[in-house]
Ligand binder design. Sequence first.
Ligand code: NAD
Length: 279
Amino acid sequence: MDSTVEAPQDVIPARLLQGQKALVTGANSGIGKATAIALGGAGADVVVNYVTGREVAEKVVEEIASFGVRAAAYEADVSQEDQVVAMMDRMVQEFGTIDVLVANAGMQRDARFTEMTLAQWQKVLDVNLTGQFLCAQEATKEFRRRGVVPEVSRSAGKIICMSSVHQLIPWAGHVNYASSKGGVQMMMQTLAQELAPEKIRVNAVAPGAIKTPINREAWETPEAQKDLLKLIPYGRIGDPDDIANAVVALASDLMDYVVGTTLYVDGGMTLFPGFATGG
Ligand code: NAD
C-alpha cells in the first residue's frame, strides 16, 4: 500500500454538521442516544429530548458537550401537541433555530391481534406516528421562517423520521407497531413531496434489528440471538452507532439531493433471506 495516500479527510470534513442545531426525540436511550452523540461529534449543537429519565438525558448532554458543542436536555412527550410546541419554542429561543429534526421517539406495546386493547393500539400510534407528525410540523414552521442560510447548509432544514424494516415487513403480534411504521413511510414521502420546493429535505432511516432496550428479548439469550441472526444476511445484530452514522450522513449536505428516501440500515434483513436457498 502507498503510505503517502492521505485519508479522505479533506474530501469529507470531520465536522460535517458544524454550526447546525439538531433536535433528537427519545434521545436518552438506544438509537436516539447514539444519534444525539454522533450529531454532536459531527459538530452540531444538540437538544436531547426525553420523556422520563432526566438523569440519563443529562449524562448524554455531558457527553455531547465534551465535543465542544452546545447541548441541553428538554423534557416533552412527543404525542402531546402543547409539549411539542413548547419544546420547539424553547429550542428557537435558546439555540436560535433548528436545522435537523430526528423524529426518533418510539415504543412497542405488543399483543396478539384479538388481545390487543384499544389503549395499546392508540398509545403506539400516538407516540410513533402522531409524535413524528407534531415534531415535523413545528420544525417545518421554523425552517420556513428562517429559510436557507448557505453558510450553514444548502437546505432550509432536514427531517429524518425513524422508521423500521416493519414499514415493509408485516409483523404478527405487533399490528400497532407495524401500522405506525407503515404510516411513517407514507407520512415521510408525502411531507417530502410537499416540502421539497421549500428546500426542506424529508427522509427516513429504517433500522433492522439493533441492540437496544426496545427489543431486549430478541437478543438477550444465545437462543434468541441465533434465531434473530437467521433473518440477517450480514451475520450480525446492529449497534445503535450503525443507525447514528446513517443519520449523520443523511442530515449532511453530502446527501443534499436525497429527498423522500428511506435508507434501510438492516444488514440485509429486507432482502427476504428466507429465499436465499429456495423459494
Ligand atoms: P429505546 O426504547 O431504547 O428508545 C426509545 C426512546 O423513545 C426512549 O428514549 C423513550 O423514552 C422515548 N420515548 C418513548 N415514548 C416517548 C414519548 N411519548 N415522548 C418522547 N420520547 C419518548 O428504543 P430504540 O430501539 O432506541 O428505538 C428508537 C427508535 O428506533 C424507535 O422509533 C423505534 O421504533 C426505532 N427502531 C428500533 C429498532 C431496534 O431494533 N431497536 C428497529 C427499528 C426501528
